[in-house]
Ligand binder design. Sequence first.
Ligand SMILES: Cc1cc2nc3c(=O)[nH]c(=O)nc-3n(C[C@H](O)[C@H](O)[C@H](O)COP(=O)(O)OP(=O)(O)OC[C@H]3O[C@@H](n4cnc5c(N)ncnc54)[C@H](O)[C@@H]3O)c2cc1C
Length: 292
Amino acid sequence: MRISELLRGTKPFLSLEFFPPKDKLQWPDFFKAVEKLRALHPLFVSVTYGAMGSTRANTLEIVSRLKNDFGLETMAHLTCIGASREGLSSFLDELVGAGVDNVLALRGDLPQEGSPRDIARMDFQCASDLVAYIRGHYPSLGIGVAAYPEGHPEAPSQKGDLSFLKRKLETGADFAITQLFFDNDHYWEFMRRAREIGVEKPVIPGILPILNLGNVQKVISLSNSQISAPLRERLRKAMESGGPAAVKVLGIRHAAEQAQGLIDGGAPGVHLYTLNKADACLEIARKLQIPT
Ligand SMILES: Cc1cc2nc3c(=O)[nH]c(=O)nc-3n(C[C@H](O)[C@H](O)[C@H](O)COP(=O)(O)OP(=O)(O)OC[C@H]3O[C@@H](n4cnc5c(N)ncnc54)[C@H](O)[C@@H]3O)c2cc1C
């Protein structure tokens, strides 16, 4: 079923993002984590796509198994930069063949090598090109896109970035999911500006639990997301007093408080970046007042 149809129903909801483990030896543990998280009755689950299609086959296989073996509503992420029309349509054909009804249409990060001229020659240059392609050739598929409450790192301005989000939604995307953020004010301010320019479609906030300091530093360096000075100070103190275990406890508490604040403030639901960690996500959900 298209996620846009589900979004008209029960609110608030949780949805979950997984990544395909590279090593197939890890798949049994991964599916055990999925099985545990199924207890949360997520509205949908999504499966990431490695840069330049590096996880193409694994994304396809996992998203298809989550749909057909686990009975979960699913969405495959798909990036278009550097991809050919033929490559993308063979992925989309396989997706449709597996019964998957939703795609998160992304540009993907720009390749390290390659000049702007090389990029200009590519079949797809931004996510709205991919949205247009999917809408034109696969009209029955549901389409999500990415949104950036703190602005995309390459965007010349937040205003310009927001107008590109509007374009993606007007080109045919049904909804957006945000980049992670650690302070809900970024989401509320973003939504205020989005509504002001006429964005009416749902924008689902994405929450990343801080489970260890190393990982979060890496993620922050790749996105535009900031950790506020007070949260940074709380993390520093937690590390000093209780080491990684105390950081994890604080991270889980912060994610739960963020999610509760978003739900209480009227967000349609929360998309949890699970990092494939079932127990931490179950603990976050246990702290939430949300029907599961
Ligand atoms: C929820 C979510 C899930 C993600 N999942 C994955 C994943 O599975 N795999 C992966 O590799 N990456 C993933 N990403 C990261 C994403 O691929 C990168 O952030 C990438 O750099 C931008 O992708 P986009 O789809 O937002 O691009 P776009 O919407 O195309 O935007 C990219 C940049 O170009 C600008 N822009 C947009 N349209 C135009 C235009 N018409 N003309 C000029 N400039 C324009 C934007 O302002 C922005 O700065 C995800 C991001 C989010 C938020």
